[in-house]
Design a protein around this ligand. Sequence first.
Ligand SMILES: [Zn+2]
Length: 102
Amino acid sequence: MSTDVHMLSGAYALDALDPAEAEQFTQHLETCPVCAHEVQELRRAAARLGAVQAVVPPPSLRANVLAAAVRTRQAPPMVTPLPAGSWTRQWPTAWPPPAVAR
Ligand SMILES: [Zn+2]
C-alpha cells in the first residue's frame, strides 16, 4: 500500500478497499482513534444517505425559481483594494497620458 494509510478511511467505510488494504487498515484502526472516529462518522453519513428518498418537485418550482432569478438583482463584485504602489496605480488617470520628454 503506497497511499498514506490515514487517507483510506473513506474507502474503508464504504467497503471499497481490496482485501489486503482492508486488513491493513483494520489493524491501523486499532491504533488510530482519529481514523476510527472518522470511519464511524462516515458510516453514519452513508447510512443516512441510503435512507434518503427522492422527492418529485412540484411542477411550478422551475417557473418560480426562474421568475425569482429575473427579479433578483445581481450582487456587486467584491473588490479588494490593491496595495499602494501596485501596478494599476501607475496607470494614468487621464487620457491621453502626458507626453514623456525624450
Ligand atoms: Zn489513522
